[in-house]
Write a protein that binds this ligand. Structure first.
Ligand SMILES: Nc1ncnc2c1ncn2[C@@H]1O[C@H](COP(=O)(O)OP(=O)(O)OP(=O)(O)O)[C@@H](O)[C@H]1O
Ligand SMILES: [Mg+2]
Length: 341
């Protein structure tokens, strides 16, 4: 029988859905486009409209700062994602869903993830919740069920989730509102201030990917096109890695300071474990060059950058789904689903 078991990572920038026995089956921008209030596109299709749509369009991210900010649009987007999946794999009603949720959020915010999955068109029989850091650690290949403490720092789009785990549970966790989008906004502001040049989010993200270093930048340059503040006309200009690195530096140090604070408050036995294993860095922003060097020099610990870092959470959900009852204690149901018919 075809598997109807799914794992979902509702990221701020991307939504990823894993299907048991198959792998990641949906990986698109977590974005919805509305025209006069009606949904007209989701995911990557909505992303292609960003910055180009007429005034009667609204293009929004339903997840903000790591939590579901707009539950109605998130449900429309999720239903459309499942409709696309159903076209590929056949009937999905009566499924089972595992959702990854941040740890350091309110009970009401946690509950929204459960309700969302319960009410989607997959009409699940069962919805289970896994804490994101646990899924991330499992996706990184760490043995979270044993008694050794581990630290994972997931630097995503809107947030950085810093967590210490031991014996399949969270010892401490903090959701810091800094991530890749913060760096993009800082780049937009600084390019305008320094060069009188207006650029959009996509250009700022490209500059970050091409030129950002967490520390010790090599000299690289990249040519962009923006709008001159004074003349309003499009012009080309060359940017360099030193400027981009300096622009994002303070925010990176804020992340490092939060990591140090969590380490300082960790129980001594767990600190000793982290001394041995080092810190694991995941999330798409872990791709910033020399981020390992910055964390190593500031914490004096070994730093491990996870392989394919933006997929660690969804990979972890996949491992939980595929491994029978091994992870039953980390994936728990958080309410009853009552369904008529
Ligand atoms: N090569 C790269 N260099 C720098 N940043 C990158 C690179 N690749 C991806 N990113 C950034 O990673 C971020 C997306 O990371 P990720 O997919 O982990 O986020 P998310 O899970 O959707 O968000 P969150 O966890 O905050 O809810 C974006 O800001 C993107 O610009
Ligand atoms: Mg994420």
């Amino acid at each position: 029988m075809a598997a109807k078991v799914f794992g979902i990572d509702f990221g701020t920038s991307t939504i990823k859905i894993y299907r048991k026995n198959e792998g990641v089956i949906f990986d698109q921008k977590n974005l919805i486009a509305l025209c006069n209030g009606q949904a007209v596109a989701i995911g990557d299709e909505a992303f292609r409209m960003l910055g180009k749509a007429p005034d009667n369009y609204t293009i929004t991210y339903p997840v903000k700062n790591g939590v579901i900010a707009d539950i109605n649009n998130m449900l429309i987007l999720l239903n459309e994602a499942f409709a696309q999946i159903e076209k590929k794999v056949g009937k999905i009603t009566g499924s089972e869903i595992i959702v990854a949720t941040p740890t350091d959020i309110t009970e009401v915010e946690q509950r929204a993830y459960f309700d969302l999955a319960s009410n989607c068109i997959a009409k699940p029989k069962k919805v289970r919740i896994v804490q994101k850091p646990i899924a991330c650690a499992i996706g990184t290949g760490l043995e979270v069920m044993n008694a050794s403490g581990v630290m994972v720092v997931d630097i995503g789009a809107d947030t950085t989730e810093i967590s210490i785990m031991s014996i399949g549970g969270i010892v401490s966790s903090k959701l810091v509102p800094i991530g890749g989008n913060t760096f993009d906004s800082l780049i937009i502001n600084n390019v305008r201030k320094k060069y009188n040049l207006i650029i959009g989010n996509a250009t700022a993200e490209t500059l970050k990917k091409e030129l950002a270093f967490a520390c010790e930048p090599e000299h690289l340059t990249y040519k962009i096109c923006g709008k001159d503040v004074l003349s309003g006309l499009p012009i080309d200009m060359e940017m360099d890695s030193e400027m981009i690195t300096e622009t994002i530096s303070e925010s990176l140090y804020q992340i490092v300071d939060n990591v140090k604070a969590i380490l300082e408050n960790a129980p001594p036995e767990i600190s000793a474990d982290i001394m041995d294993s080092g810190i694991f860095i995941a999330g798409g922003s872990a791709n910033i060059r020399n981020i390992d060097k910055l964390f190593a020099s500031e914490t004096m610990l070994d730093i491990n950058i996870c392989e394919d870092p933006s997929n660690n959470v969804v990979k972890g959900l996949g491992i939980i789904l595929e491994s029978g009852s091994k992870y039953n204690s980390v994936a728990f149901a958080s309410g009853q689903i009552s369904r008529i018919g």
